[in-house]
Design a protein. Structure first.
Length: 461
């Protein structure tokens, strides 16, 4: 009996030794995509596996993914992901770690908000907070309070991730969102959920619809999780950006990771054999090159990445059945001034930010004054030269950017399959996280979860 116990003990130690030996073989990691998901993954991998070589493949000529800014008249304008919420603990930790400077709207900036219906302003805020609250209550009753309380409850549930993720990792997005009891919101129509929560339909049709249009370029028929995340992002007193551009977060994350970065490098396909992955890619329009890795992280949406995975061993077959559509957002930066004639010929200064309701006749979703004579316009279709001239006068310059901003965040069909963070052994997918909602912090959480999965699979070097 004692011999049997000793034999079993020896086998346990041998098994543990084998596992530890295997766990120490994470030598080379590839990350496809240099947005917030890929950059934060590189940052955390370097911390957890300091001896691992990290290589980042980026299709564009610059890092940042959907985070991008440009300077106009000495003013930094975010063209993509624009705002950070004070409750975003991962992003806040990056800002603090790299000593970045938070930027909030200047005190003298025109911070009034207007809701344009196509023929007239349906609502305008005031420079005086109490007057704005009175106007809100007079038009919408208690709907603003009810909806914000509901959004605050969702935020509190979301923040439970900061306690859960250090202790658990998740292989699929279903279990990920179920962990904080938010999964069911991804299957509900936002406007229906608001109605059941007794939010006045006028408020949903006007204010909440406008918030969805500016944040996601979509409407209140999106899923309820995306809707409440969007409302959280409308808390103006809790928002900030990074002085000099949010892309500095990406740049510092990648620098801290000591990763090798291949720009203008299009990964065409991934193959695997003998516990190794081979990345096949074109760099700077050169002939096809390849490199081998122990693990691969895909940190870019597969639907728009055009990466062939057919020769990956043990690939999860469900991945071939999930095809999310992506919302195209058009950003137009205009050096000029909005015409009063376009906005009903009104007198006096226009609001600094103009949002819009769902109206097929409207050519823009939102307009925001970034500095005197400089405006950022979001729209679902490209604004033509004629449309710019119709809306603006004294135009000195126009910059247009088109980007696949977010997944189309329709309510998911129950049983329709949920994207997975693990596509095959040691092949991970950060963007599985954004099926139901999309934001910089959510992408960072997806990356954090993936690195936790890597710790499970490889241990720590």
């Amino acid at each position: 009996m004692k011999a049997t116990i000793r034999t079993a003990t020896v086998l346990v130690f041998v098994a543990a030794f084998v596992l530890c030996s295997y766990a120490a073989t994470l030598n080379k990691v590839a990350i496809i995509g240099s947005g917030i998901g890929g950059a934060s993954a590189a940052h955390w991998i370097h911390k957890q596996f300091p001896s691992a070589e990290i290589t980042v493949f980026e299709r564009s000529s610059i890092v940042g993914g959907r985070i991008r800014s440009e300077t106009f008249n000495n003013k930094t304008v975010e063209l993509g992901a624009s705002i950070i919420h004070t409750s975003n603990q991962h992003l806040r930790s990056f800002v603090q770690e790299f000593s970045l400077t938070e930027s909030k709207p200047e005190p003298n900036r025109n911070s009034r908000f207007g809701l344009w219906g196509g023929n007239s302003f349906l609502f305008e805020s005031s420079d005086f907070k109490l007057l704005t609250l009175y106007k809100l209550f007079a038009r919408y009753g208690t709907a603003p309070v009810v909806s914000l309380n509901k959004a605050s409850a969702v935020k509190d549930q979301f923040c439970n991730f900061y306690k859960i993720l250090p202790r658990r990792s998740f292989e699929d997005s279903r279990n990920f969102w179920q962990a904080v009891n938010l999964y069911h919101y991804g299957h509900e129509v936002f406007s229906d959920n608001l109605f059941r929560s007794r939010v006045e339909e006028l408020y949903t049709r006007e204010i909440i619809s406008a918030v969805m249009r500016v944040n996601y370029g979509q409407d209140t028929f999106s899923n309820a999780l995306a809707g409440y995340i969007s409302l959280i992002g409308a808390e103006s007193n809790s928002l900030y950006s990074i002085e000099g551009g949010n892309v500095q977060i990406i740049q510092n994350l990648l620098k801290s990771s000591t990763a090798t970065i291949h720009l203008v490098s299009h990964v065409t396909n991934i193959t695997s054999s003998n516990n190794k992955y081979t990345i096949h890619y074109h760099r700077q329009s050169s002939n096809l090159e390849s490199a081998d890795f122990d693990a691969v992280i895909i940190a870019t949406p597969l639907e728009i990445a055009n990466i062939d995975l057919q020769n990956v061993e043990n690939l999860d077959e469900e991945i071939t059945h999930i095809d999310r559509k992506f919302q195209t957002t058009h950003t137009t930066i205009v050096q000029g001034n909005p015409k009063a004639s376009y906005f009903g010929g009104r007198e006096g200064e226009l609001p600094g930010e103009i949002l819009t309701v769902e109206n097929e006749g409207l050519m823009f979703s939102s307009l925001a004054e970034k500095s005197k004579g400089l405006y950022k316009v979001f729209s679902r279709a490209e604004m033509t030269e004629k449309e710019v001239e119709k809306m603006f006068g004294d135009v000195e310059g126009v910059k247009r950017v088109e980007w696949k901003a977010y997944p189309v965040l329709n309510p998911a069909l129950r049983g329709g399959g949920d994207p997975k963070f693990v596509l095959a052994p040691r092949l991970y997918y950060v963007n599985a996280v954004e099926t139901y909602a999309s934001a910089m912090e959510i992408s960072a959480m997806g990356a954090y979860n993936v690195v936790r999965l890597m710790e499970r699979d490889f241990g720590q070097n």
